[in-house]
Write a protein that binds this ligand. Structure first.
Ligand code: HEM
Length: 230
């Protein structure tokens, strides 16, 4: 449930959302050894969902750093926030679907992404063969159960799973933060908490409610029950 909610929040949330799922992220990251911070309770989520609006803000695994910098700046999130928040990929997995293009046809070249370290590429080729099952999943970093700075160490070695991860080391503007966090986990944790607090404070100004289940709007029955409890 937590992971499902996470994915909804991060990658499928709508602009109407006031990011109530922040709380779930907090739990997931803390349980994996990550930093903790004060989560403000009672955030509201949107009453409606729009696939189109969601597509407009959902970051693609193909994205390059320039695109991501612009996307994050639309939400007043800095380059440092972008690199620190991407460190959430220190835990979890992603599907072959999200990387086959970079293994076999990066930017329409018919070739793999040259930024992938050759031994790692062999491993990914084996996991995600061309024409294979794209629902198979691989680890987002070398220590997917632990929230740590291994993600950045991997990027420095050309071992980032997603294009949107590895691009952070390819571009000079983001590379300096990747290097910094790869050398200093405390700096990463501090920047990550700052970014998460900013994310949690985002407001859409649209009508919302505190959901009982992050995936669906509250049913009337639940509301009636809550009223009855008071
Ligand atoms: C910078 C832009 C981002 C892009 C392009 C991106 C993209 C992705 C993609 C493509 C996946 C795998 C989906 C799949 O293949 O099924 C994923 C997984 C994940 N993302 Fe992101 N993401 C971004 C930012 C974030 C942020 C800011 C967070 C948290 C604060 C986050 C947390 C996660 C987690 C925890 C997973 C793994 C979930 C699991 O293990 O099931 N991502 N992301």
């Amino acid at each position: 449930m937590i992971i499902r909610c996470l994915i909804y929040f991060l990658h499928f949330s709508t602009p109407g959302s006031k990011i109530f799922l922040h709380n779930f992220l907090y739990l997931r990251f803390e349980q994996s050894g990550g930093p903790n911070w004060k989560v403000k309770l009672g955030r509201k989520d949107s009453l409606t969902a729009s696939q189109e609006a969601s597509n407009n803000i959902m970051p693609s695994p193909r994205a390059n750093a320039t695109y991501l910098i612009n996307l994050f700046s639309n939400f007043n999130l800095s380059v440092k926030d972008l690199v620190a928040l991407s460190g959430s990929h220190s835990i979890g997995k992603a599907r072959c679907f999200s990387i086959v293009f970079r293994l076999y046809n990066q930017s329409g070249t018919g070739r793999p992404d040259p930024a992938i370290e050759p031994k790692y590429r062999e491993k990914l080729d084996e996991l995600c063969p061309l024409g294979g099952d794209e629902e198979v999943t691989g680890d987002l970093d070398a220590t997917p159960e632990n929230f740590d700075n291994q993600y950045y160490k991997d990027l420095v070695m050309g071992r980032g799973f997603l294009n949107s991860d590895q691009t952070l080391f390819t571009f000079p503007e983001t590379r300096k933060y990747v290097k910094m966090f790869s050398k200093n986990q405390s700096k990463f944790f501090r920047a990550f908490v700052e970014g998460m607090i900013k994310l949690g404070d985002l407001q859409s100004g649209m009508p919302g409610e505190v959901r009982r289940n992050c995936r669906v709007v509250n049913t009337k029955k639940v509301k009636v029950l809550i009223e009855a409890e008071r």
